[in-house]
Ligand binder design. Structure first.
Ligand code: PLP
Length: 397
């Protein structure tokens, strides 16, 4: 009986529930805006990655509709057979120009981009030096590659240097250093300049995941490489179209040869159907917007809001870790406390998602707040009032 064979499933769920580790997503009813309706309640939304509000931009909507009329609803094939449309080609050329690199390859998601790229770059007989707090898609890419994995402590370039220097790590064929640009749970930024120095000194490949830095850091949101003036020093830049760029997909930006090799070997690209034309057309418009004065203004507004909101939370006395970006965690301790904080905030009209183990350490459960360019001063003040009330109630401040 299936029921007998899968008995462990119910037991595992029961155990997760007892530890407070089970969550179910709230349902968004309508658009992803600063005030949005989740589970039937209109709340201030501090949980979306729609950093610049582009998911709802009229120009993206129009481009998507036009593409459906011209090309249909789906691509109908994987990119490597019949699925590469002129639209995909246009998007990649535009992104390469935007990122100031020779070439770009667009994958179906950021997750797929990380997996496909890491597996192409390294394998058995190679080593990956992976940052302690890297995103799960990097971790899974590392595991699937078959390379040895050595983890270095969070943002500690000196510890990375020691690993690279270690004689034990000298015999590997290739050595890949991989890190998030902005860390997704803590909102702090990788010390990329120091990492680039280490990569150059020890002849390692350097790869940066800019999922949360795409559209957020650098001029017009060109990413962490642009933000830190590191053009030409990062071998592999991963970015996403799914967050600030308002659509869906991931990409790898780098040299022509790197992109050509990915086209030959990256399994997540080779073996999965191409993006629908509506998504690609909207993504092209979002890159065009970022290159325009309107895009630059949106990025500035995002940072103005971020500074205002973060400063107020810190002044109230919340533990916000070491965040330097629009992602500001409010650390509550246990997963039960984080769930309570999130629930009470929701009752007060604010949606800030609770994040618990295994996504973060067991004693560092939190709600994660994400600021956007869409939030008004009124939205932010209302959210801050709710944080003050609930924070006092739960003795977090
Ligand atoms: C750091 C990081 N890398 C990669 C991804 C995956 O990107 P995508 O949502 O486009 O698959 C995410 C998104 O959740 C992320 O936070």
């Amino acid at each position: 009986m299936t029921q007998d064979r899968l008995g462990f499933v119910s037991a595992e769920l029961k155990s997760l529930r007892e530890k407070g580790f089970v969550w179910s997503p709230r349902i968004l009813q309508g658009e992803q805006r600063a005030r949005a309706v989740f589970d039937g309640h209109e709340v201030i939304n501090l949980s979306s990655n729609n950093y610049l509000g582009l998911t709802n931009h009229p120009k993206l909507r129009e481009a998507a509709k036009r593409a459906i009329d011209k090309y249909g609803a789906g691509a109908g094939a994987v990119r490597s057979t019949a699925g590469t449309m002129d639209l995909h080609d246009q998007l990649e050329k535009k992104l390469a120009q935007f990122k100031k690199v020779e070439a770009v390859l667009v994958f179906q998601s950021g997750f797929a981009a990380n997996q496909g790229a890491i597996q192409t770059l390294v394998g058995k007989g190679d080593v990956i030096f992976s940052e302690q707090l890297n995103h799960g898609s990097i971790i899974d890419g590392c595991r699937l590659s078959g390379a040895d994995i050595k983890v270095w402590p969070h943002r500690d370039a000196e510890a990375l240097k020691k690993l690279c220097k270690d004689k034990e790590n000298a015999h590997y064929r290739r050595r890949l250093i991989v890190t998030d640009g902005i860390f997704s749970m803590d909102g702090d930024i990788a010390p990329l300049r120091e990492l680039a120095d280490v990569a150059e000194e020890f002849n390692c490949i350097l790869m940066v995941d800019d999922a949360h830095a795409s559209g957020v850091l650098g001029r017009g949101g060109r990413g962490s490489t642009d933000h830190l003036g590191l053009h030409g020093r990062i071998d592999v830049q991963m970015g996403t179209l799914s967050k600030a760029l308002g659509t869906m997909g991931g990409y790898i930006a780098g040299s022509k040869d790197l992109i050509e090799l990915l086209k030959q070997k990256a399994r997540t690209w080779l073996l999965s159907t191409a993006h629908p034309p509506a998504v690609v057309a909207a993504a092209i418009v979002s890159v065009e917007l970022l290159e325009s004065p309107e895009g630059e203004k949106l990025v500035e507004k995002l940072w103005e809001n971020t500074r205002y909101f973060k400063k107020a939370l810190i002044e109230m006395g919340f533990d916000t870790g070491k965040s330097e970006s629009p992602i500001t965690p409010v650390i509550a301790g246990s997963s039960v406390n984080a769930a309570k904080l999130s629930q009470r905030l929701f009752e007060e009209g604010v949606f800030a998602q609770a994040i618990a183990f295994p996504m973060v350490a067991e004693d560092k459960a939190r709600v994660r707040t994400i600021m956007t360019a869409m939030h008004t001063r009124e939205n932010m003040d209302a959210a801050l009032n709710a944080f003050k009330k609930v924070g006092k109630e739960l003795r977090l401040i």
